[in-house]
Ligand binder design. Structure first.
Ligand SMILES: O=C(O)CCC(=O)C(=O)O
Ligand SMILES: [Fe+2]
Length: 357
């Protein structure tokens, strides 16, 4: 670890043609040089692309014994395939419920954007076209059912999750995946600190109650062109520090490079996609790229994805990180809290659906 190293990071204008793949096995290595080497790979992706694939699949073949499986999973930051499959199965069941059941959980009527978003009621690009996906959003709640209803105080972003009565194990199945990704997300913060030449624990006191909103998304196939230009999810950036996305094998996600060209984020089984969001762009005065992306499902197949948006505690102020501002490169943003930023962005994204009520 080398927190005192002078910050030599310079904004990059380089364009990219593909999205790098980065294995995360060394994220918690005991060897500082191994962690530093991994951070160097991640830095490249953060400065030039804003996206990378992270491998989570266990080495294959791997020793089959109950105990070993757990040990390996933790060491490699792997999320067991079974946990993913179960959550995806739960998502499919949910979206197959009758629309009346889903609308009982209408996000528009919830406190702070939890629950169900119907087709064409979200407007990620703010172009008032209505995205061709339906979604289910949840925020943090305890993993253990014993205290499941204890509401976390997230200041202005506090709000209870909504769950469907029709599917008794949905909550458990979705939360198992949710908490696995939250653990993975927490383990990435020290690496991001290293990429910025900060001490590895720089974010530790800022992620004691991290923002972690997860979405289950269903994209029905869309015609080649809709009459109003609506697509699966319109071009946008994400609002938090970074997103960890599971996507199925149906191609739809596209990422814009510095030349304004759309690059396919081709589904790669065994990987999660990590992309940076606006909070990291703000912290770093745009050194880290919050890259524009969209999804268009022209395949004729149903598509499912599960993004988890990971940010700091909602009361943390998005102030410039040392070394990212100078007299020549003054801070471009107003200082707001993470909660104020996310809430204002979500309100704008869902205003379109609210107007339709
Ligand atoms: O479904 C995807 O692949 C992307 C979803 C996304 O960009 C989002 O929800 O912010
Ligand atoms: Fe996104």
């Amino acid at each position: 670890m080398d927190g005192s190293r002078p910050n030599m990071l310079k904004p990059s204008k380089q364009s990219f043609k593909e999205i790098p793949v980065i294995g995360l096995a060394d994220a918690t290595s005991k060897d500082p040089a191994a962690r530093r080497a991994l951070a160097d790979q991640i830095r490249d992706a953060c400065l030039n692309v804003g996206f990378f694939y992270s491998q989570y699949r266990l080495p294959s073949p791997f020793p089959v014994c109950g105990g070993c499986l757990n040990g390996l999973t933790v060491k490699d930051h792997g999320i067991p395939e079974k946990v993913i499959e179960t959550a995806v199965g739960a998502a499919k069941q949910f979206f197959r419920l009758p629309v009346e059941s889903k609308m009982k959980l209408d996000l528009q009527k919830s406190a702070n954007f939890k629950g169900y978003t119907a087709l064409r009621t979200e407007d990620a690009s703010r172009e008032k076209k209505g995205d061709i996906h339906e979604g289910f959003d949840l925020g943090w709640e305890p993993e253990s059912p014993a205290n499941a209803n204890a509401l976390r105080d997230d200041g202005i972003m506090t709000g209870a999750n909504l769950w469907p009565d029709e599917l008794p194990v949905f909550r458990k199945d979705v939360l198992a995946y949710y908490h696995a990704v939250v653990r993975l997300g927490k383990s990435l913060f020290p690496l991001f600190a290293l990429t910025l030449n900060l001490p590895e624990d720089f974010f530790a006191d800022k992620i004691t109650k991290p923002a972690a909103v997860m979405r289950l998304l269903h994209y029905p196939p869309q015609p080649i062109e809709t009459t109003d230009g609506g697509i699966g999810i319109g071009a946008h950036t994400d609002y938090e520090c970074f997103t960890i996305l599971w996507q199925d094998e149906v191609q739809a996600l596209q990422v814009m490079n510095a030349d304004g060209k759309w690059i396919d984020a081709v589904p790669m089984p065994g990987t999660l996609v990590v992309n940076l969001g606006d909070q990291f762009a703000r912290w770093t005065n745009d050194l880290f790229k919050s890259t524009i992306h969209r999804a268009i499902n022209l395949t004729g197949n149903e598509r499912y994805s599960m993004p988890l948006f990971f940010g700091t505690n909602y009361d943390v102020k998005l102030e410039p990180i040392p070394g990212c501002v100078s007299a020549e490169n003054p801070f471009k943003y107003e200082v707001v809290t993470a909660g104020q930023y996310v809430q204002s962005q979500l309100a704008a994204t869902y205003a379109f659906g609210k107007a339709k009520l």
